[in-house]
Design a protein around this ligand. Sequence first.
Ligand SMILES: [Fe+2]
Ligand SMILES: [Fe+2]
Length: 283
Amino acid sequence: MEALQKVKLKLRVVTQEEEEKRIPISLQYLRLTIAGENEREKKLRNALKLAARIKKNVSFFFYIEPLLKALSLRDRITGEHSWKVAVYSTLIADTLGIDEELTTNIYVGALFHDIGKIGIPDAILLKKGRINLLERETIKNHPIYGYEILKNFNMPIVKNILLKHHERIDGKGYPLGVNYREIPFYVNIVSICDVFDALTEKRPYRDPMPMEKVLSILEEESGKAFYPEIVDVAVSTFSKVGKIDLWTIEKILCELEEINDKESSNSGGRTWNEIFTSDKSST
Ligand SMILES: [Fe+2]
Ligand SMILES: [Fe+2]
């Protein structure tokens, strides 16, 4: 069975349950076709259209976006990483044909996945060299801190992403050490994008890894850290789209915000608040 079909089967629970409540506006509605654009830019635009709409339409964003800015000011690398993981995750979700409601949750969850790093001391978070074992154990608390920060928001999918983005389907992840039975498919999408961005970017203690090496690491983790179906789709998407940079994200976001201003922002039958308050997804 093809990877994409397998993924659709896994997601069928979500799509069947949500079918009647589906937001009338699909990503397709917002898809722009600009003559002369290459496939890479088209894919990026598709992912970023959602980002531009969320910023404009989701009221709680005004309350939690400052948290992200605070994290970025404290640790620029993690701030930039958060934006890129959000865009990569939206790209993969779009490629998998995930509906807009779940994709919106995935985008916001990915954007805030490392927000708990606010609770990690500077001496560890901003350390220039490699961290030691004890420091690594301290960093491993950030998923719990993130979950605690957003605890009172009624956003189960987003909070699951914050809490479980370092879990592995073989049960060897952290902080809970749960396995595939308790790791929703959507969380694992963010996990793979998290690893992809971390390895393709420079860190104070190492140079960025070449793309081929990163893709082979992801493939090696198929069935161990990640669901094989997600690895297949992610590797093929990353090899087409490549690394993205913040400048490109900002440039496209600015254009899209202008376009959105001219379009109707009517989100249909469900309010944006409702989009975040249900978690009928399964693994
Ligand atoms: Fe993390
Ligand atoms: Fe991360």
